[in-house]
Design a protein around this ligand. Structure first.
Ligand code: 5AD
Ligand code: SF4
Length: 439
């Protein structure tokens, strides 16, 4: 590649999970530290970072068309193409392959190596392309610049990676083994987030409830310590595994007032044979037993989850068990996906892959059942009074959008500012949001 002038502006586009959003913010902060400014809305950027997701086919394949489009459309001021970096889980999984397929890309960097972007950028400016998909011993968290400015609701990665090896999932390969960040570094980052404007912190991890400090104590210890930070009003955590829901963490839902009554606990399917083939290491009954304990500790808890339809070999009767489970639990919200074979995972080569048309039909039925559940949950909240954290302006003039403790979106009007915690009464409900009135 020919040498280019150093970039003056950047844009980071993140796909996929909340951890990718967090990583995208940290990469932006790192580029800011190099004197590169975020491109203004609608303006072209000299450097574009595509922070990719590999969890499903569509997400991974889209990267290549995005790269092509960027290289063509987003010319720099002098007419040259922007520098393009591919980060995230597709970068980790496909590394060199991206270099071969996409000659306009000059940097490919994995989720555990992005703190090295400045050095890669120096090479890229000289015309040298580079790939870094290491999972280095030194951690990115030790070298990333301090957090400066965040919204009222901020993410904090506390744990990364996964040792569970569900047979459909790429995460153990793209994010590596389970690693917990240290207690002290997390308290330090949380304090900086609060100083930078956060009123709510969502603790992130692929298996966030597997977080352990050096003494082996679990996530409740971190939650308790964060709860005493003045200025921090709310704590959440995601994503959890049913087998890591310890007594201590469940008790925190009873004892820690700042811990919000919301639990995202993916179950994936409602049939034991399918769960076993998925290597989930829990059954429907053991999952329901966890929910019972959580509800005993915090009766108003809102439950959320992830589901996969059309896992290889899933029969109509087995899928019907998933619908039964949804009806039995009463979720406040959920994510549901069609199974997507991920290269290198055991399920990708299992027999009896389910036909796409069957998956489509199952997904529609599941989403209809989830909608019913979600609407019922929201309707049951009508009449409740609660605090709402104001996150942004709504679509209509004078309207604001915030989150209830149960993570519902509530819109209302009145004299408030972003970051305020205000008391409202919930007055009407749809499947996706509620109308509220300031009290
Ligand atoms: N196909 C479809 N959905 C998947 N998920 C993970 N891997 C796959 C796959 N191969 C879903 C799971 C997980 C969520 C983050 O993505 O439901 O909980
Ligand atoms: Fe996607 Fe998983 Fe990577 Fe998040 S960790 S970006 S969901 S592949």
């Amino acid at each position: 590649m020919p040498p280019v002038p150093p970039p003056r502006t950047y844009r980071v586009k993140s796909f996929g999970c909340q951890m990718n959003v967090y990583d995208g913010e940290r990469m932006a902060e790192l580029l800011g530290q190099q004197g590169i400014a975020p491109a203004a809305d609608g303006e072209q950027a000299d450097l574009v970072v595509l922070n990719t997701c590999h969890i499903r086919e569509r997400a991974a394949e889209k990267v290549y068309s995005d790269i092509g489009r960027l290289a063509k459309e987003w010319g720099r001021g002098d007419g040259s193409a922007p520098l393009i970096a591919v980060a995230g889980c597709v970068a980790q999984a496909e590394g060199e392959e991206i270099m071969k397929r996409a000659p306009s890309v000059s940097m490919v960097v994995g989720p555990q190596a992005y703190h090295r972007l400045p050095a890669m950028l120096a090479d890229a400016v000289q015309g040298k392309r580079s790939v870094d998909t290491d999972m280095p011993a030194e951690t990115k968290f030790d070298v990333l610049p301090a957090r400066r400015k965040v919204g009222p609701s901020a993410f904090l990665t506390v744990q990364e990676g996964c040792d569970k090896f569900c047979t459909y999932c790429v995460v153990p390969y793209t994010r590596g083994a389970e690693v917990s960040r240290s207690f002290n570094s997390l308290i330090d980052e949380a304090e900086k987030l609060v100083d930078a404007g956060a009123r709510e912190i969502t603790l992130l991890g692929q298996n966030v409830n597997a977080w352990r400090d050096g003494d082996g104590r679990g996530l409740e210890r971190l939650i308790e310590a964060l709860a005493v930070l003045p200025g921090l009003a709310r704590i959440r955590y995601t994503t959890s595994h049913p087998n890591d829901m310890t007594q201590g963490l469940i008790a925190a839902h009873r004892d820690v007032e700042k811990l919000m009554p919301f639990l995202h606990l993916p179950v994936q399917a409602g049939n034991d044979r399918v769960l076993k083939a998925m290597n989930r290491s829990h059954s429907v009954a053991s999952y329901l037993a966890v929910l019972d304990k959580v509800r005993a500790a915090r009766p108003d808890i809102a439950l959320s989850g992830d589901f996969i339809v059309g896992f290889p070999g899933e029969t109509d009767a087995e899928f019907a068990d998933t619908i039964k489970l949804v009806e039995a639990v009463g979720y406040s919200q959920c994510f549901s996906f069609k199974y997507s074979p991920r290269p290198g995972t055991p399920a990708a080569t299992m027999p009896d892959q389910v036909a796409p048309a069957v998956m489509d039909e199952r997904l529609q039925r599941l989403q209809a059942a989830l909608n019913v559940s979600q609407l019922a949950f929201n309707q049951a909240s009508v009449g409740r009074r609660c605090a709402v954290l104001v996150e942004r302006k709504g679509k209509l003039a004078g309207q604001w959008l915030g989150k209830t403790p149960w993570l519902q979106s509530a819109h209302f009007s009145g004299e408030v500012a972003i970051g305020d915690l205000v008391e409202v009464e919930l007055v009407s409900a749809g499947a996706n949001s509620l109308a509220a009135r300031l009290v």
